[in-house]
Design a protein around this ligand. Structure first.
Ligand code: SF4
Length: 428
């Protein structure tokens, strides 16, 4: 017993805070990267997790080793500050996560060690190096991905789950059934991060994980489920008995796929909308015809976006009755095609990563000034939500899922409803 205690490492895993988008609703989803990473840790590592968006870090609380998990470019500044504080106190710090991979060189200036790549099967070595005081400055596995079969069930028990609710509604839990993406879209770094090969997890492992999650509502954070029709349909078929309700990035809009997705609990999808084509219009209609909602993700400021084009795009989104829309301005994150092109053309005027929040303009758009693009970005939010606020639209989506849950007896009342029942009166 004594020996185990001596060998164990108290490891504090921190998810640095970041400011939400100017117009985004103030809620926080439970993070995914840290819980997937925690599943790769050796047994002797005693991990405690702090999501700084919701909890404060007590720097005086003793710890052996600190890990900083960064998903977003906008988290890096705070992540580096946290590391500097711990390192001044003599605590070693290792960084990992997507934004660490995108900003590896700068992150090394604030780290004892930087881990790049996917962590399955690698952490025994890292922690043994830590214990023998031989931590390497960099562990680079970007080109040496572990077998997808080695991805285990994420360790959600490290989360302080009670914190992840909005007005009494429990937030969705995040889960993934695949990695990689065979596409290579202009603004996206996934090709660099996860590779161009679609890597589906064995379906039974993904199903087992979904089943283990104590939440009926999930967010499947796979880059895109629309990559292999046979796999996608098989996955949906096997999800039907779980009776979960879920949102995801795009799924294929073939009727047979949508039919299965709806039966498997598809609630709504995030769909990028770049143009006003009939293709998009019909695609959205097909989702809706199957009872699947659509949250449009709309990137403003591409080279073909004129003033009129953006205004027309906003009208189009209202015409096709999108359930929700999230507008962002094009942001050239490192290791994307957008970054390479705009950097080469000397059109990026801010390399301050704190500005890379996707609601600030950091480059010279082709068809207008940066200021005008920002005005149109504001106009887009204002116009889309003019007649019906974001809160009401979100409420409608929630109402839709509650109806389906009541129909298949999976509905869980909100905390307020529970309180109201307990005290026999209306609360709030
Ligand atoms: S935007 Fe989506 S579909 Fe395109 S490369 Fe990125 S993850 Fe793949």
């Amino acid at each position: 017993m004594k020996e185990v205690k001596e060998l164990s490492v108290k490891f504090r895993l921190i998810y640095p805070k970041w400011p939400k988008l100017e117009r985004q609703t103030e809620f926080h989803l439970p993070p995914h990267g840290p819980v997937v990473f925690a599943a790769t840790l050796p047994d002797h590592v005693k991990v405690e997790f702090i999501d700084e968006n919701l909890e404060n870090i007590d720097f005086d609380d003793p710890v052996d080793f600190v890990g900083i998990s960064m998903m977003l470019t906008i988290q890096t500044g705070r992540g580096w500050d946290i590391a500097d504080i711990y390192r001044k106190r003599g605590v070693k710090v290792i960084f990992g996560g997507i934004a660490t991979m995108l900003h590896a060189e700068e992150t090394m200036n604030h780290a004892d060690s930087v881990f790049l790549g996917e962590a399955e099967g690698r952490m025994d070595k890292v922690f043994s190096d830590f214990k023998s005081d031989q931590l390497r400055k960099i562990y680079n596995y970007m080109d040496n991905r572990p077998p997808i079969e080695s991805v285990g069930t994420a360790r959600r028990e490290i989360l302080n789950r009670g914190l992840y609710n909005y007005k009494g509604v429990q937030m969705v839990d995040l889960v993934h059934a695949s990695r990689g993406c065979r596409f290579h879209c202009y603004p996206c770094a996934v090709a660099y991060l996860g590779g161009r090969e679609f890597r589906p997890r064995p379906i039974d492992r993904a199903i087992e994980e979904m089943e283990s999650i104590d939440n009926n509502r999930l967010f499947m954070v796979d880059n895109s489920l629309a990559q292999d029709t046979a796999w996608e349909m098989d996955l949906f078929r096997q999800m039907i008995p779980l009776k979960k309700k879920w949102c995801s990035h795009p799924i294929e809009d073939k009727p047979e796929v949508l039919d299965l997705a709806a039966r498997a609990g598809a609630w709504y999808v995030y769909q990028a909308i770049f143009d006003t084509s009939d293709y998009i219009k019909e695609r959205i209609k097909r989702y809706h015809d199957h009872g699947i909602g659509v949250e449009g993700t709309i990137l403003l400021g591409l080279d073909n976006h004129t003033d009129d084009y953006i205004k027309r795009l906003i009208d189009f989104l209202l015409e096709i009755e999108l359930d929700l829309a999230e507008f962002t301005v094009l942001t050239p994150f490192p290791h994307t095609k957008a970054f390479h092109e705009l950097h080469k053309q000397k059109r990026i005027f801010s390399y301050n990563w704190n500005d890379y929040s996707a609601d600030k303009v950091v480059y010279y758009p082709k068809q207008m000034s940066p200021e005008r693009l920002h005005e149109l970005f504001q106009h887009a939010w204002n116009t889309f939500y003019e007649d019906e606020s974001q809160t009401i639209k979100m409420f409608k989506l929630l109402q839709r899922v509650s109806i389906r849950e009541r129909a298949d007896n999976t509905y869980r009342p909100r905390r307020r409803e529970l309180a109201s029942r307990a005290f026999g009166r209306k609360v709030g």
